[in-house]
Design a protein around this ligand. Structure first.
Ligand code: PAF
Length: 282
């Protein structure tokens, strides 16, 4: 397994592969890899000749300095974990100066309003940071396919919009959410949960599953009220938002239509750890 810390060396190697008509898959990550990431890597390996896994904690997508500082950085463990999956993986772990050409700033994007819903309301500038780094990674690696988890469903839709707007020649593949046995969606942040919060956290997905059942017979507003009440009674978990939205424009549903596809989205604080999750409703 080769690890590149600078884009120059990576680009040179990838050019050689591309001249031999090898297909390239990209799995962008911020490291602290878990089985959720590994499932993206496995899917990418099954659909491409070579897979690049980028490991970079992107400073421009953090609107909270403390969250950036506390974000786990575990490159050696990540590489060891990737080695257990395949030797056909290239790791790209650049420095911020290298990937940003010493200009560590976000582009001001227009994602047709997708960026202002849900996470956009609570994490100002977050999607400009995500868009900036993903655009850079796509331009550097020039993959045939790039893989993103549906846990960050809003991010996935925004990246599809980015690719469409900038006409970037890549297929974006959304991959299903990987869960722990308890139902808790896998996340690098889960390692920071204190034991009592780790025990409480599966309540998030359990509530989403019940919300899905209720959505079969009740209005979106009734489901939102029911979920809000469940969290109001919970001693440990604090609800930040619960929204039933159309998967295309991510706007909250006013009146259900059986021609549309909906998902429920949730963000919850477990102590100082922010958990997000979502579920397909129909
Ligand atoms: O989902 C993530 O881990 C990050 O937002 C991404 C896509 C790797 C960009 O930094």
């Amino acid at each position: 397994m080769t690890i590149y810390k600078e884009k120059k060396g990576l680009e040179k190697t990838l050019n050689t592969f591309k001249q031999q008509n090898h297909s390239v898959g990209l799995v962008p990550t911020m490291g602290a890899l878990h089985n959720g990431h590994l499932s993206l890597v496995k899917q990418a390996l099954s659909q491409n000749d070579i897979v690049v896994v980028s490991i970079f904690v992107n400073p421009t997508q953090f609107n909270n300095q403390e969250d950036l500082e506390k974000y786990p950085r575990t490159l050696d463990t990540d590489v060891a974990l990737l080695k257990t999956v395949s030797k056909n993986i290239i790791v790209f772990a650049p420095t911020a100066n290298d990937i940003y050409d010493s200009n560590i700033k976000s582009i001001d994007f227009n994602f047709d309003g997708l960026e202002f819903e849900m996470e956009g309301k609570f994490r100002h500038g977050h999607f400009d940071g995500v868009g900036t780094i993903v655009k850079r990674l796509l331009e550097t690696v020039k993959p045939d396919k790039a893989y993103f988890g549906e846990k960050d469903f809003q991010q996935l839709q925004i990246i599809k919009k980015l690719v469409e707007k900038f006409k970037i020649p890549v297929t974006i593949i959304g991959c299903k959410i990987e869960r722990e046995d308890s139902g808790l969606a896998m996340s690098s942040r889960n390692t920071r949960l204190k034991p009592e919060y780790k025990k409480a956290a599966p309540f998030v997905f359990k509530t989403l599953e019940s919300a899905k059942v209720k959505f079969g017979t009740k209005s979106a507003n009734e489901v939102v009220k029911w979920v809000t009440d469940q969290f109001a009674k919970h001693p440990l978990l604090k609800l930040e938002y619960f929204i039933v939205a159309d998967v295309i424009d991510l706007k909250p549903v006013k009146r259900k239509s059986n021609k549309k596809t909906y998902r429920a989205f949730i963000a919850v604080y477990a102590d100082d750890i922010r958990l997000i999750d979502n579920i397909a409703l129909n």
